[in-house]
Design a protein around this ligand. Structure first.
Ligand SMILES: [Zn+2]
Length: 66
């Protein structure tokens, strides 16, 4: 995955696992939103990758193709 930088601190954000307690990770269903996420190249589902800033603990989620 790409290196992500914290928008506030400018340091590299660390990948963190995203869990909902039951499945192996969170994902978003993109099939119904073709107009928006279809442009990003996602077909029906996109996994969410979490990243956390080691300085300020900001957490961001990025949609990534499975
Ligand atoms: Zn930060």
């Amino acid at each position: 995955m790409k290196q992500r930088r914290c928008p506030d601190c400018g340091v590299t954000m660390e990948p963190v696992p995203v869990r909902d307690g039951e499945s192996m990770g969170l994902s978003i269903a993109t099939g119904e939103r073709e107009g928006l996420l279809g442009k990003l190249g996602f077909k029906n589902r996109a996994k969410l990758q979490g990243v956390c800033c080691p300085e300020c603990q900001l957490v961001r989620l990025y949609a990534e193709e499975e």
